[in-house]
Design a protein around this ligand. Structure first.
Ligand SMILES: C[S@@+](CC[C@H](N)C(=O)[O-])C[C@H]1O[C@@H](n2cnc3c(N)ncnc32)[C@H](O)[C@@H]1O
Length: 284
């Protein structure tokens, strides 16, 4: 698929998911508001009871993440947060509460239906220190050095140009700013056919990175303090029904999959001592 085809496939998929969440159905068994039986092991039960109580039910239904970045990121009063691929807005609304009225949370998404849903969720939540921006995470519509924390929840794996996304995240972060992202990563060698089937299950249209590739790309963009912490490791049983439906002999591939596909929390920092002319620019 070309980059443009990938972008269109992503936009279409998430446009449909937004409409589904709006019509009262879960877009993907998001946040534990549906019967357990229908839930995806990737997107279900990401938020605790307190967090669920802080956002409208429609925002929970639209939740399509694979982690809970605001629970793992340190967010302080007065800070500016940017959520890359904000979807129905759940992490933006949670961030806005954490940074308080002197701070601000931006959500960035390219899909009109998701933006409309997120803005409706903001209105329902009655939160004012939030702004949803239309745009692509490869071209962030914010100035250099303007954000304290970049968060994201299961979006960077969808991009066909991850170097560009990381370079943009680095550009908009202030010196000392934090990258605090949940994403799907793989670990260790997996035969290409098996990898493609598993990534299809996970919903990674452009493809998840291997953990060491993520680290290398972050370093190349200029980040330091890079760390990848697995938060959920998937096993073959998680994917059995889906893979069987794809005609895959699940028992045969089980040993090649075990422990290799995971959701992870990815942390990195833009160096604070970034003051010489040009030093804040990414190394890509
Ligand atoms: C898997 S959903 C995650 C949504 C949200 N982060 C959550 O946790 O519910 C992916 C979202 O990212 C958006 N998205 C995907 N690729 C994008 C891109 N290149 N630029 C902007 N938004 C993008 C989609 O429109 C969709 O809303």
């Amino acid at each position: 698929m070309s980059t443009i085809d990938i972008k269109e496939a992503v936009r279409e998929k998430y446009g449909r998911a937004a409409e589904q969440a709006k019509s009262g159905r879960s877009s993907c068994c998001g946040a534990g508001v549906e019967p357990q039986s229908c839930c995806s092991p990737i997107t279900s039960n990401l938020y605790n009871g307190e967090e669920r109580g802080e956002v409208p039910e429609q925002a929970l239904r639209a939740s399509l993440g694979c982690g809970n970045p605001t629970a793992l990121a340190q967010l302080n009063l007065g800070e500016i947060v940017l959520d890359l691929g904000s979807g129905g807005g759940i992490d933006v609304l949670l961030s806005a509460r954490r940074v308080g009225p002197t701070g601000k949370a931006y959500g960035l998404d390219m899909t009109d239906e998701m933006l409309a849903l997120a803005r409706e969720n903001q209105r329902k939540a009655g939160i004012e220190n939030v702004e949803f921006l239309k745009g692509e995470i490869e071209h962030i519509p914010l100035p250099d050095n303007s954000v304290d924390v970049v968060i994201s929840n299961c979006v960077i794996n969808l991009s066909a140009d991850k170097d560009r996304v990381l370079r943009e995240a680095f550009r908009v972060l202030k010196p000392g700013g934090r990258f605090a992202v949940s994403d799907v990563v793989t670990r260790g060698e997996v035969p290409e056919g098996v990898r493609q089937n598993m990534l299809l299950w996970v919903g990674c249209i452009a493809g998840a990175l291997q953990d060491y590739q993520y680290v290398a790309k972050l370093a190349k963009a200029g980040f330091d303090g890079i760390d990848i912490e697995p938060t959920r490791v998937y096993n073959i049983e998680d994917a059995r029904t889906f893979l069987t439906g794809q005609g895959v002999d699940v028992d045969a591939i089980a040993p090649q999959v075990e422990g290799k596909f995971m959701s992870a929390f990815i942390r990195a920092t833009k160096p604070a001592s970034c003051c010489a002319p040009g030093c804040c620019a990414s190394k890509i």
